[in-house]
Design a protein around this ligand. Structure first.
Ligand code: SOE
Length: 384
Protein backbone atom coordinates (compact mmCIF):
# COMPACT_ATOMS: atom_id res chain seq x y z
CA UNK A 1 0.00 0.00 0.00
CA UNK A 2 1.27 3.48 -0.84
CA UNK A 3 2.22 5.66 2.12
CA UNK A 4 1.41 9.36 2.43
CA UNK A 5 3.36 11.64 4.75
CA UNK A 6 1.40 14.10 6.85
CA UNK A 7 2.53 17.41 8.30
CA UNK A 8 0.18 18.68 10.98
CA UNK A 9 0.12 22.36 11.94
CA UNK A 10 -1.42 22.92 15.37
CA UNK A 11 -1.37 20.48 18.25
CA UNK A 12 -4.10 21.34 20.74
CA UNK A 13 -7.74 20.14 20.80
CA UNK A 14 -7.97 19.48 17.06
CA UNK A 15 -4.35 18.35 16.83
CA UNK A 16 -5.17 15.53 19.21
CA UNK A 17 -8.46 14.65 17.51
CA UNK A 18 -6.75 14.53 14.09
CA UNK A 19 -3.73 12.56 15.32
CA UNK A 20 -6.06 9.93 16.76
CA UNK A 21 -7.92 9.81 13.43
CA UNK A 22 -4.76 9.27 11.33
CA UNK A 23 -3.71 6.48 13.71
CA UNK A 24 -7.06 4.69 13.81
CA UNK A 25 -8.13 5.06 10.17
CA UNK A 26 -5.94 2.26 8.72
CA UNK A 27 -6.45 0.04 11.77
CA UNK A 28 -10.25 -0.09 11.60
CA UNK A 29 -10.81 0.56 7.88
CA UNK A 30 -9.00 -0.78 4.82
CA UNK A 31 -7.78 2.63 3.75
CA UNK A 32 -6.31 2.80 0.26
CA UNK A 33 -3.28 4.68 1.61
CA UNK A 34 -1.19 4.35 4.73
CA UNK A 35 -0.92 7.67 6.61
CA UNK A 36 2.48 8.39 8.13
CA UNK A 37 2.59 10.87 11.02
CA UNK A 38 5.71 12.61 9.75
CA UNK A 39 6.01 16.06 11.27
CA UNK A 40 4.12 18.06 13.90
CA UNK A 41 4.43 21.83 13.90
CA UNK A 42 3.67 24.46 16.53
CA UNK A 43 5.17 27.70 17.80
CA UNK A 44 6.24 26.42 21.22
CA UNK A 45 9.00 23.87 20.76
CA UNK A 46 8.74 22.17 24.15
CA UNK A 47 4.98 21.67 23.88
CA UNK A 48 5.03 20.46 20.30
CA UNK A 49 7.84 18.02 21.21
CA UNK A 50 5.73 16.57 24.04
CA UNK A 51 2.73 16.29 21.70
CA UNK A 52 4.79 14.60 18.97
CA UNK A 53 6.25 12.10 21.40
CA UNK A 54 2.86 11.17 22.82
CA UNK A 55 1.04 10.75 19.49
CA UNK A 56 3.92 9.26 17.49
CA UNK A 57 4.80 12.14 15.13
CA UNK A 58 8.32 11.39 13.85
CA UNK A 59 9.69 14.95 13.79
CA UNK A 60 8.85 18.45 14.98
CA UNK A 61 9.05 21.92 13.46
CA UNK A 62 8.27 25.40 14.76
CA UNK A 63 7.86 27.20 11.41
CA UNK A 64 4.92 25.98 9.30
CA UNK A 65 6.48 27.36 6.11
CA UNK A 66 9.33 24.86 6.47
CA UNK A 67 6.85 21.97 6.67
CA UNK A 68 5.23 23.08 3.43
CA UNK A 69 8.61 23.48 1.68
CA UNK A 70 9.48 19.82 2.29
CA UNK A 71 9.27 17.52 -0.75
CA UNK A 72 8.48 14.47 1.36
CA UNK A 73 5.20 15.87 2.75
CA UNK A 74 2.02 14.90 0.83
CA UNK A 75 -0.74 16.18 3.14
CA UNK A 76 -0.97 19.35 5.20
CA UNK A 77 -3.34 18.99 8.14
CA UNK A 78 -4.43 22.48 9.21
CA UNK A 79 -5.44 22.21 12.88
CA UNK A 80 -4.90 25.87 13.73
CA UNK A 81 -7.38 28.62 14.59
CA UNK A 82 -9.18 30.01 11.55
CA UNK A 83 -7.16 33.23 11.16
CA UNK A 84 -4.24 31.09 9.93
CA UNK A 85 -6.16 28.86 7.51
CA UNK A 86 -5.94 31.15 4.48
CA UNK A 87 -2.19 31.69 4.47
CA UNK A 88 -1.36 28.07 5.21
CA UNK A 89 -3.87 26.61 2.74
CA UNK A 90 -2.74 28.86 -0.12
CA UNK A 91 0.93 28.01 0.47
CA UNK A 92 0.14 24.29 0.81
CA UNK A 93 -1.91 24.18 -2.39
CA UNK A 94 0.76 26.07 -4.34
CA UNK A 95 3.28 23.47 -3.14
CA UNK A 96 0.98 20.70 -4.44
CA UNK A 97 0.01 19.34 -1.02
CA UNK A 98 -3.41 17.84 -0.32
CA UNK A 99 -5.25 19.69 2.45
CA UNK A 100 -7.23 18.46 5.44
CA UNK A 101 -8.49 21.68 7.07
CA UNK A 102 -10.33 22.41 10.28
CA UNK A 103 -13.46 24.54 10.29
CA UNK A 104 -14.49 27.36 10.11
CA UNK A 105 -12.85 27.55 6.70
CA UNK A 106 -11.74 31.18 6.55
CA UNK A 107 -12.23 34.71 7.86
CA UNK A 108 -14.34 35.98 4.94
CA UNK A 109 -15.73 35.20 1.49
CA UNK A 110 -12.70 36.58 -0.34
CA UNK A 111 -10.31 34.26 1.53
CA UNK A 112 -12.60 31.27 0.97
CA UNK A 113 -12.89 32.01 -2.77
CA UNK A 114 -9.13 32.29 -3.10
CA UNK A 115 -8.50 29.08 -1.15
CA UNK A 116 -10.86 27.20 -3.45
CA UNK A 117 -9.41 28.76 -6.59
CA UNK A 118 -5.77 27.97 -5.71
CA UNK A 119 -6.63 24.38 -4.75
CA UNK A 120 -8.44 23.85 -8.04
CA UNK A 121 -5.63 25.46 -10.02
CA UNK A 122 -3.08 23.17 -8.38
CA UNK A 123 -5.36 20.09 -8.55
CA UNK A 124 -4.98 19.19 -4.88
CA UNK A 125 -7.61 17.38 -2.82
CA UNK A 126 -9.21 19.68 -0.24
CA UNK A 127 -11.34 18.60 2.70
CA UNK A 128 -13.00 20.85 5.28
CA UNK A 129 -13.64 19.16 8.59
CA UNK A 130 -17.31 19.63 9.38
CA UNK A 131 -17.03 16.26 11.09
CA UNK A 132 -20.67 15.93 12.19
CA UNK A 133 -21.67 14.85 8.67
CA UNK A 134 -19.86 11.62 9.53
CA UNK A 135 -21.81 10.73 12.64
CA UNK A 136 -23.53 7.50 11.44
CA UNK A 137 -26.96 8.79 12.58
CA UNK A 138 -26.45 12.01 10.59
CA UNK A 139 -25.31 10.10 7.51
CA UNK A 140 -28.46 8.00 7.95
CA UNK A 141 -30.58 11.18 8.13
CA UNK A 142 -29.04 12.22 4.80
CA UNK A 143 -29.94 8.86 3.24
CA UNK A 144 -33.53 9.05 4.49
CA UNK A 145 -34.05 12.61 3.24
CA UNK A 146 -32.32 11.99 -0.10
CA UNK A 147 -34.35 8.84 -0.77
CA UNK A 148 -37.60 10.78 -0.26
CA UNK A 149 -38.56 9.05 2.99
CA UNK A 150 -39.56 12.41 4.53
CA UNK A 151 -41.32 13.70 1.39
CA UNK A 152 -41.08 17.46 0.74
CA UNK A 153 -39.21 19.25 3.47
CA UNK A 154 -41.02 22.08 5.25
CA UNK A 155 -38.91 22.90 8.31
CA UNK A 156 -35.32 22.81 9.57
CA UNK A 157 -34.77 23.72 13.23
CA UNK A 158 -31.28 23.70 14.69
CA UNK A 159 -29.63 24.78 17.95
CA UNK A 160 -25.97 24.56 18.96
CA UNK A 161 -25.57 25.36 22.64
CA UNK A 162 -22.50 25.50 24.87
CA UNK A 163 -21.75 27.22 28.19
CA UNK A 164 -17.97 27.50 28.49
CA UNK A 165 -17.84 31.31 28.65
CA UNK A 166 -20.78 32.12 30.93
CA UNK A 167 -18.34 32.97 33.76
CA UNK A 168 -17.39 36.68 33.32
CA UNK A 169 -13.95 35.73 34.69
CA UNK A 170 -13.31 33.48 31.67
CA UNK A 171 -10.46 35.23 29.84
CA UNK A 172 -10.33 36.89 26.47
CA UNK A 173 -9.01 33.95 24.45
CA UNK A 174 -8.51 33.99 20.67
CA UNK A 175 -12.07 32.70 20.20
CA UNK A 176 -13.41 35.99 21.65
CA UNK A 177 -11.42 38.37 19.45
CA UNK A 178 -12.56 39.30 15.95
CA UNK A 179 -9.01 39.45 14.53
CA UNK A 180 -8.40 35.77 15.33
CA UNK A 181 -11.90 34.26 15.32
CA UNK A 182 -13.79 36.60 12.95
CA UNK A 183 -17.03 36.09 14.92
CA UNK A 184 -18.36 34.17 17.93
CA UNK A 185 -20.85 31.27 17.82
CA UNK A 186 -22.02 32.44 14.39
CA UNK A 187 -18.63 31.33 13.02
CA UNK A 188 -17.58 28.54 15.38
CA UNK A 189 -20.94 26.79 15.93
CA UNK A 190 -23.28 27.93 13.16
CA UNK A 191 -20.62 26.94 10.62
CA UNK A 192 -21.34 23.32 11.61
CA UNK A 193 -25.09 23.93 11.55
CA UNK A 194 -25.14 25.68 8.17
CA UNK A 195 -22.94 22.94 6.72
CA UNK A 196 -25.43 20.34 7.98
CA UNK A 197 -28.44 22.32 6.77
CA UNK A 198 -27.09 22.75 3.25
CA UNK A 199 -26.01 19.07 3.19
CA UNK A 200 -29.35 17.72 4.42
CA UNK A 201 -31.92 20.22 3.14
CA UNK A 202 -30.36 22.28 0.33
CA UNK A 203 -29.11 25.73 -0.58
CA UNK A 204 -29.94 28.67 1.67
CA UNK A 205 -31.13 31.69 -0.28
CA UNK A 206 -32.39 34.18 2.32
CA UNK A 207 -31.09 35.07 5.80
CA UNK A 208 -32.45 37.24 8.62
CA UNK A 209 -30.35 37.31 11.78
CA UNK A 210 -29.91 38.81 15.20
CA UNK A 211 -26.90 38.69 17.56
CA UNK A 212 -26.48 39.43 21.27
CA UNK A 213 -23.52 40.56 23.40
CA UNK A 214 -23.81 39.66 27.08
CA UNK A 215 -20.29 40.23 28.48
CA UNK A 216 -18.28 42.87 26.69
CA UNK A 217 -15.06 43.00 28.76
CA UNK A 218 -12.95 40.12 30.06
CA UNK A 219 -9.60 39.58 31.75
CA UNK A 220 -6.73 39.28 29.28
CA UNK A 221 -5.70 35.66 28.69
CA UNK A 222 -2.35 34.01 29.28
CA UNK A 223 -0.38 34.01 26.05
CA UNK A 224 -0.29 30.23 25.90
CA UNK A 225 -3.70 28.84 26.69
CA UNK A 226 -4.23 25.16 27.26
CA UNK A 227 -6.75 24.37 24.48
CA UNK A 228 -9.84 22.26 25.17
CA UNK A 229 -11.78 25.45 25.85
CA UNK A 230 -9.96 26.15 29.11
CA UNK A 231 -7.71 29.12 29.78
CA UNK A 232 -6.17 31.21 32.51
CA UNK A 233 -6.10 34.99 32.97
CA UNK A 234 -2.75 36.75 32.64
CA UNK A 235 -3.39 39.21 35.50
CA UNK A 236 -2.56 42.06 33.09
CA UNK A 237 -5.96 43.80 33.01
CA UNK A 238 -9.03 43.49 30.82
CA UNK A 239 -9.89 43.82 27.15
CA UNK A 240 -12.93 44.19 24.87
CA UNK A 241 -14.79 41.12 23.61
CA UNK A 242 -15.08 41.83 19.88
CA UNK A 243 -17.32 38.92 18.78
CA UNK A 244 -20.99 38.23 19.51
CA UNK A 245 -22.04 35.91 22.35
CA UNK A 246 -25.14 34.47 20.66
CA UNK A 247 -26.43 34.37 17.08
CA UNK A 248 -29.92 33.58 15.83
CA UNK A 249 -30.84 33.17 12.17
CA UNK A 250 -34.00 32.54 10.18
CA UNK A 251 -33.48 31.24 6.64
CA UNK A 252 -35.32 30.25 3.48
CA UNK A 253 -33.97 27.39 1.35
CA UNK A 254 -34.18 27.36 -2.47
CA UNK A 255 -36.56 24.35 -2.28
CA UNK A 256 -39.10 26.39 -0.28
CA UNK A 257 -38.29 24.98 3.18
CA UNK A 258 -37.70 27.45 6.01
CA UNK A 259 -35.33 27.07 8.92
CA UNK A 260 -33.97 28.48 12.15
CA UNK A 261 -30.57 28.41 13.83
CA UNK A 262 -29.65 29.28 17.40
CA UNK A 263 -25.99 29.31 18.43
CA UNK A 264 -24.72 30.31 21.84
CA UNK A 265 -21.99 29.79 24.42
CA UNK A 266 -24.32 31.09 27.13
CA UNK A 267 -26.69 28.15 27.68
CA UNK A 268 -25.74 27.12 31.21
CA UNK A 269 -25.75 23.35 31.55
CA UNK A 270 -25.40 22.71 27.82
CA UNK A 271 -21.84 21.60 27.15
CA UNK A 272 -21.86 20.75 23.47
CA UNK A 273 -25.47 20.23 22.49
CA UNK A 274 -26.22 20.31 18.78
CA UNK A 275 -29.79 19.41 17.95
CA UNK A 276 -31.60 19.48 14.64
CA UNK A 277 -35.14 18.69 13.61
CA UNK A 278 -36.43 18.14 10.10
CA UNK A 279 -40.14 18.13 9.26
CA UNK A 280 -41.39 16.86 5.91
CA UNK A 281 -44.71 15.90 4.31
CA UNK A 282 -44.15 12.17 5.00
CA UNK A 283 -42.19 12.21 8.24
CA UNK A 284 -39.81 13.92 10.64
CA UNK A 285 -36.31 13.44 12.11
CA UNK A 286 -34.71 14.61 15.35
CA UNK A 287 -30.99 14.40 16.20
CA UNK A 288 -29.11 15.38 19.35
CA UNK A 289 -25.30 15.21 19.37
CA UNK A 290 -25.35 14.37 23.08
CA UNK A 291 -26.92 11.03 22.07
CA UNK A 292 -25.15 10.73 18.79
CA UNK A 293 -25.89 7.06 18.21
CA UNK A 294 -29.61 7.77 17.98
CA UNK A 295 -31.88 9.24 15.34
CA UNK A 296 -35.57 9.81 16.11
CA UNK A 297 -37.89 9.12 13.19
CA UNK A 298 -41.59 9.79 12.83
CA UNK A 299 -43.36 8.10 9.92
CA UNK A 300 -46.46 10.04 9.00
CA UNK A 301 -47.65 7.11 6.85
CA UNK A 302 -47.80 4.80 9.87
CA UNK A 303 -50.95 3.16 11.21
CA UNK A 304 -53.47 5.57 12.75
CA UNK A 305 -53.31 5.44 16.52
CA UNK A 306 -49.87 3.78 16.43
CA UNK A 307 -47.78 6.69 15.17
CA UNK A 308 -45.00 8.21 17.26
CA UNK A 309 -41.31 9.03 17.22
CA UNK A 310 -39.26 5.82 17.02
CA UNK A 311 -35.63 5.78 18.14
CA UNK A 312 -33.32 4.26 15.56
CA UNK A 313 -30.09 3.12 17.22
CA UNK A 314 -27.70 3.76 14.33
CA UNK A 315 -25.23 1.10 15.42
CA UNK A 316 -25.73 -1.90 13.22
CA UNK A 317 -23.86 -2.89 10.10
CA UNK A 318 -26.52 -1.43 7.79
CA UNK A 319 -25.63 2.04 9.08
CA UNK A 320 -22.88 4.15 7.48
CA UNK A 321 -19.34 3.45 8.80
CA UNK A 322 -20.56 1.24 11.65
CA UNK A 323 -19.54 -2.17 10.29
CA UNK A 324 -15.87 -1.23 10.80
CA UNK A 325 -16.28 -0.76 14.54
CA UNK A 326 -18.06 -3.00 17.01
CA UNK A 327 -21.03 -5.42 16.95
CA UNK A 328 -24.54 -3.88 16.82
CA UNK A 329 -25.44 -1.83 19.87
CA UNK A 330 -21.84 -1.09 20.83
CA UNK A 331 -21.92 2.64 20.62
CA UNK A 332 -19.30 5.00 19.21
CA UNK A 333 -18.40 8.64 20.04
CA UNK A 334 -17.17 12.08 18.98
CA UNK A 335 -13.66 10.96 18.02
CA UNK A 336 -14.96 8.37 15.55
CA UNK A 337 -16.32 11.11 13.27
CA UNK A 338 -12.74 12.31 12.72
CA UNK A 339 -11.62 8.78 11.86
CA UNK A 340 -14.39 8.51 9.25
CA UNK A 341 -13.25 11.81 7.75
CA UNK A 342 -9.61 10.65 7.60
CA UNK A 343 -10.66 7.41 5.84
CA UNK A 344 -12.76 9.21 3.21
CA UNK A 345 -10.03 11.80 2.65
CA UNK A 346 -7.30 9.16 2.16
CA UNK A 347 -9.51 7.21 -0.24
CA UNK A 348 -10.30 10.39 -2.18
CA UNK A 349 -6.59 11.07 -2.68
CA UNK A 350 -5.95 7.46 -3.71
CA UNK A 351 -8.75 7.50 -6.28
CA UNK A 352 -8.21 11.10 -7.33
CA UNK A 353 -11.82 11.99 -6.58
CA UNK A 354 -13.33 14.82 -4.54
CA UNK A 355 -14.46 14.48 -0.95
CA UNK A 356 -17.07 16.63 0.82
CA UNK A 357 -17.36 18.88 2.71
CA UNK A 358 -14.57 20.79 1.03
CA UNK A 359 -13.59 24.34 0.13
CA UNK A 360 -16.40 24.50 -2.41
CA UNK A 361 -19.16 23.70 0.11
CA UNK A 362 -17.18 25.68 2.71
CA UNK A 363 -17.39 28.81 0.58
CA UNK A 364 -21.19 28.39 0.43
CA UNK A 365 -21.26 28.06 4.23
CA UNK A 366 -19.15 31.21 4.66
CA UNK A 367 -21.54 33.14 2.37
CA UNK A 368 -24.48 32.26 4.65
CA UNK A 369 -22.54 33.07 7.83
CA UNK A 370 -21.43 36.44 6.42
CA UNK A 371 -25.00 37.16 5.35
CA UNK A 372 -26.07 36.45 8.93
CA UNK A 373 -23.57 38.93 10.34
CA UNK A 374 -24.55 41.53 7.78
CA UNK A 375 -28.23 41.00 8.47
CA UNK A 376 -27.69 41.41 12.21
CA UNK A 377 -25.67 44.61 11.75
CA UNK A 378 -27.91 46.21 9.15
CA UNK A 379 -31.13 44.81 10.62
CA UNK A 380 -32.43 43.62 7.29
CA UNK A 381 -32.94 40.41 5.31
CA UNK A 382 -30.06 39.39 3.03
CA UNK A 383 -30.79 37.56 -0.23
CA UNK A 384 -28.03 35.27 -1.50
C1 SOE B 1 -15.65 24.98 20.38
O1 SOE B 1 -16.76 25.75 20.41
C2 SOE B 1 -15.79 23.67 19.62
O2 SOE B 1 -14.64 22.98 19.90
C3 SOE B 1 -15.90 23.83 18.13
O3 SOE B 1 -14.87 24.63 17.60
C4 SOE B 1 -15.94 22.49 17.48
O4 SOE B 1 -16.04 22.57 16.11
C5 SOE B 1 -17.09 21.70 18.06
O5 SOE B 1 -17.09 20.42 17.52
C6 SOE B 1 -17.05 21.65 19.55
O6 SOE B 1 -16.90 22.93 20.08
Amino acid sequence: MKSVNIGIIGYKFMGRAHSNAWLKAPLFFDTLMQPVLKVACGRHEKDVAAFAEKWGWEEIETDWKKVIERDDIDIIDISTPQYLHYEIAIAAARAGKHIFCEKPMAMDIRQAQEMLRVCEENKVTHYLNHNYRRVPAVALAKKLIASGELGSIYHWRCAYQQDWITDPGFPLTWQLRAETAKAGPQWDLNSHCVDLAQYLIGEIREVTAMTADFITKRPLAEEQQTGNLKAGASGLGTGEVTVEDAALMMVRFSNGAVGSFEATRFANGRKNRLTFEVYGSEGSLVFNLENLNELKYYDNRGKAGMKGFATILATDESHPYVDHWWPAGHIIGYEHTFVHAAVDFLDAIATNSPVTPNFETGLETIRVLEAGLQSATERKTIFL
